[in-house]
Ligand binder design. Structure first.
Ligand SMILES: *Cc1c(COP(=O)(O)O)cnc(C)c1O
Length: 392
């Protein structure tokens, strides 16, 4: 039983056929969102709809994939929500949690989105994929394409740490290193996709990675006993996780699975690349591209995001905020999270701790509130940073 009804443009609201491979809206060029038969779903209880499977596929009732044979599953999701009591005590917070996404296949939360995107595109007939990536998305695509027996071509900046590249090659993807930034990788991957007839799974340029990332929101709700924390701090690049969680909260409210106040959503970016923070501060509805981006947290080095307006809307609707933090603090806090909680923290994870500290000192977060910070990937793939030596 599958409840997908159609796709809807996130901007102009035009409806699109959900049983054809779609990219961006053909009317306005903005991202498409998957929509479900909420009334149909409501005929069943949450208990009946959420299975006991130990992966994100426990929420398949609200997924787009119709046939189980196309589910490309490596056990992604259902990652631990770690109570960070030592760190919390140090910061004077009694309810601090780390959602530890380093435990996903290929070591990052990109697994969620790419598991879903490869599954659905495969069901709709795609047989090969391209992706521009700072590293983690490329590794995840390589794994899911390999598991489905499909082709993957990945495009990463030539400055990418070697473990990312090695992993993609080991998983059988064709790797192209591009001189330049992720945006240059995007240009090159689009060119190859058009030439070879491959499906482009760039962030928010197809509707299904978001459906994988939204499971972060379903999981947090379930792990908190179908309640939600007061504050969620998210390291934001393309913003799929944040937009996905917001969509999940919306769906769960409509389904009657949760009620009450939603969390305040916090965007964290690096001082060296903070287009969403700048747009938030200036009150604009979309973000101007960031010139000369640089940060050790390469997963959030995204100078221009297709879903900028969706990120800003979610943050404002949630009464949240957007903060940028320095690379120096990112590295300090990456180490601190690792050492105080025993988690292999990546720089992007460190950034969420830096943002938390800054919001505590501003009084924007108070000591009794429940707060979730994210460790979005393993620290293992950033050897330079882990040795205390910043590469580049
Ligand atoms: C991609 C990535 C991010 C940013 O995620 P978005 O959902 O694209 O904003 C954060 N951290 C890591 C480790 C990443 O790989």
């Amino acid at each position: 039983m599958n409840y997908l009804t159609h796709l809807e443009c996130s901007f102009c609201r035009k409806e699109h056929d959900a049983d054809r491979l779609q990219t961006l809206c053909n009317n306005c060029g903005k991202p498409l969102l998957a929509r479900y038969d909420i009334d149909g779903l409501k005929k069943k209880s949450r208990r009946a709809l959420v299975t006991g499977e130990p992966s994100m596929w426990r929420y398949r009732a609200v997924f787009p994939v119709r046939e189980e044979q196309y589910e490309v599953n490596l056990g992604e999701g259902l990652t631990p929500l770690v109570p960070a009591s030592r760190l919390g005590r140090k910061l004077g917070l009694s309810n601090l949690f780390i959602k530890d996404e380093s435990q996903n296949p290929t070591g990052s939360f990109k697994a969620r989105g790419l598991s879903m995107a490869v599954s659905k595109a495969w069901e709709l007939g795609a047989d090969g994929f391209v992706i521009p990536s700072a590293g983690n998305a490329a590794g995840a695509l390589s794994a899911y394409a390999a598991r489905a027996g499909l082709d993957a071509r990945v495009f990463m900046p030539d400055t990418v740490p070697a473990p990312f590249r090695n992993e993609c090659e080991a998983l059988g993807a064709r790797v192209t290193l591009v001189k330049g930034l992720i945006t240059d990788c995007g240009v090159e991957s689009r060119r190859v996709a058009n030439e070879k007839g491959l499906f482009d799974v760039s962030t928010l340029k197809e509707p299904y990675r978001l459906e994988g990332k939204k499971t972060l929101g379903y999981e947090l709700a379930e792990q908190f006993g179908w309640e939600l924390p007061d504050v969620i701090i998210y390291p934001t690049g393309g913003g799929t996780g944040l937009v996905g969680m917001w969509k999940a909260f919306d769906e769960m409210e409509k389904l009657g699975w949760i009620s009450g106040t939603r969390p305040r959503m916090v965007v964290v970016q690096s001082d060296g690349c903070a287009p969403v923070v700048r747009a938030f501060d200036s009150g604009s509805e979309s973000a101007e591209p960031w010139e000369n981006p640089h940060t050790v947290a390469e997963g959030i080095q995204v100078p221009s995001a297709v879903g900028d307006f969706l990120i800003l809307k979610a943050v404002r609707e949630s009464r949240g905020t957007a903060v940028s933090v320095s690379d120096e603090f990112i590295i300090r806090d990456q180490m601190q999270m690792s050492r105080m909680e025993g988690i292999s923290c990546c720089p992007e994870g460190g950034a969420t701790l830096s943002a938390l500290k800054s919001l505590l000192s501003d009084g924007w977060i108070s000591s009794g509130e429940s707060v979730v910070i994210f460790n979005t990937g393993t620290g293992l793939k950033y050897p330079g940073v882990f040795n205390g030596i910043i590469q580049r």
